[in-house]
Design a protein around this ligand. Structure first.
Ligand SMILES: C[S@@+](CC[C@H](N)C(=O)[O-])C[C@H]1O[C@@H](n2cnc3c(N)ncnc32)[C@H](O)[C@@H]1O
Length: 444
């Protein structure tokens, strides 16, 4: 069974638990029936299980569907990745954007040189106040005046871009350029996205997934997710000098170099012997539509902290929707300035991340899974106060109590014990501490 599945930076990814998850799925699936990966996220579990089973992969986020389609479809023989790069570099919209943004690109270059010379302020200002989206839309954003140099560069873009100020062709550059990426990187990201949307499947999803890989590799944030741009100041208002190396290193990464590496991965997949379907929807809608016996086992890996995935990956969602979203304000009633992180207004709020809603969300999961006559392997992570981890929304005991309303045969296992007993002696790669995870097994 292939385990060298290339992972993506994804919170709660089960990439390192694939053999143990499969062991329990196998045990519950003596008939080799279809497996549903109900909160499939990065798609690594689906990809692993597809080697043996038909798969139904479900997640509410569009970017997750793209990851899954890219992972689950076989490779594209004969593809010329260098040729694709050259076509993207020569796309008219890239050339147009390089022209519209040329003053800003020149100014950004100068700021990078200043940074290297120890003059941090101009580059830090780009990260802090450089939202072109806020500037063009005259929205309230970060308080405090902008330097005349940055304002001049922005005004130049505004004058050149004219009626295209709301075009999707430069959405990433306008919304997230400066804050999360260099403007140069953002223009390349926009070009690759435009190319993806000119393609048919399966190339479209493969290009988008490779783009998400590259975007994650280059993003200039702590932890390589998109929850917020770097905070460049200390509490007393002074600049954080120790960030300058990271700022330089991240912003100089070549988007195409990373994109090509991911393209090789997604286009050089083995062909599948099993069928799959990817659905972008709420788990409850999918469960309600399952006919009894259609799915043999559900692997369920819902979120377990109050942090919504849509907050961490809002930029990937925008890439995959290829749209120009409304941006949320700091107060829900529309008053107040734009959210500093330029979040989409329509971000999904998962009931699993809301204390008052999580018990009902689990109840419905078990109820409809039982109606569909499926067994369940559910991942959850108990809260260890000493570890400094984010508190969990539910305890394992609370989840067990709900599960037992619908299933009589319910058991909790610790993948840690499992790994130690079955894998350590064979493979040192599994010497990881899995004590932070539990699997709840519900046999139908
Ligand atoms: C812990 S992650 C899954 C990680 C995945 N197993 C992996 O290895 O990459 C939880 C996932 O649940 C999804 N999710 C949250 N609420 C959902 C809902 N109501 N319906 C479907 N998916 C949801 C999130 O988008 C996120 O991708």
């Amino acid at each position: 069974m292939e385990t060298n599945i290339k992972t993506v930076h994804y919170l709660g990814s089960k990439a390192r638990m694939l053999p143990v998850i499969k062991e329990y799925v196998d045990e519950l699936n003596s008939v080799n029936g279809k497996v549903c990966d109900l909160f499939c996220g990065s798609g690594v579990v689906s990809e692993f299980l597809l080697q043996q089973y038909d798969i139904l992969a479900v997640d509410i986020q569009n970017y997750s569907s793209v990851y899954c389609k890219a992972r689950l479809t076989g490779g594209i023989p004969g593809i010329d990745i260098k040729q694709i790069e050259s076509e993207i570099r020569n796309l008219p919209i890239r050339k147009k954007n390089l022209d519209y943004y040329k003053e800003l690109l020149r100014y950004e270059n100068k700021c990078m040189k200043d940074l290297v010379d120890g003059h941090l302020e101009p580059m830090y200002e780009i990260i802090e106040k450089g939202s072109l989206y806020a500037y063009l839309g005259k929205y309230d954003y970060i308080e405090g005046a902008m330097s005349s140099e940055l304002e001049e560069a922005f005004t130049d873009v505004k004058n050149r871009i004219g009626t295209e100020a709301e075009s999707v062709d430069s959405a990433v550059t306008r919304y997230y350029g400066g804050l999360y990426f260099s403007f140069k990187q953002a223009i390349d990201i926009d070009a690759i996205a435009a190319y993806a949307f000119l393609q048919d499947e399966p190339l479209k999803s493969k290009v988008l997934a490779a783009l998400m890989g590259a975007t994650t590799d280059v993003v200039n944030t702590v932890g390589k997710q998109f929850a917020q741009p770097l905070k460049v100041r200390n509490a007393d208002g002074t600049l954080k000098k120790n960030l300058s190396k990271k700022i330089k290193a991240d912003r100089e990464i070549d988007v195409f170099e990373k994109f090509n590496i991911w393209m090789h991965y997604y286009t050089e997949r083995p062909q599948n012997r099993h069928a799959f379907e990817v659905i972008c929807d709420d788990y409850i809608n999918v469960l309600k539509k399952l006919s009894p016996g259609e799915v043999e086992v559900i692997y369920a890996d819902p979120p377990y902290t109050r942090y919504h995935y849509s907050r961490y990956y809002h930029i990937l969602e925008t890439l995959c929707l290829h749209d120009t979203p409304k941006i949320s304000t700091t107060f829900p009633n529309g008053k107040g300035g734009l959210s500093r992180a330029i979040y989409r207004n329509d971000r999904h709020q998962s009931p699993f991340c809301i204390k008052s809603k999580a018990p009902k969300a689990f109840d419905e999961l078990f109820k409809y899974a039982q109606k569909a006559q499926t067994s369940i392997v559910l991942s959850y992570s108990p809260f260890d106060e000493k570890s400094g981890a984010t508190p969990r929304l539910m305890s394992i005991d609370e989840i067990l109590a709900i599960a037992r309303k619908y299933y009589t045969d319910v058991e909790v296992v610790s993948p840690g014990q499992f790994m130690h007993s079955r894998f350590n002696r064979q493979d040192n790669n599994y010497e990881i501490n899995y004590e932070a995870e539990r699997l709840i097994i519900c046999r139908k």
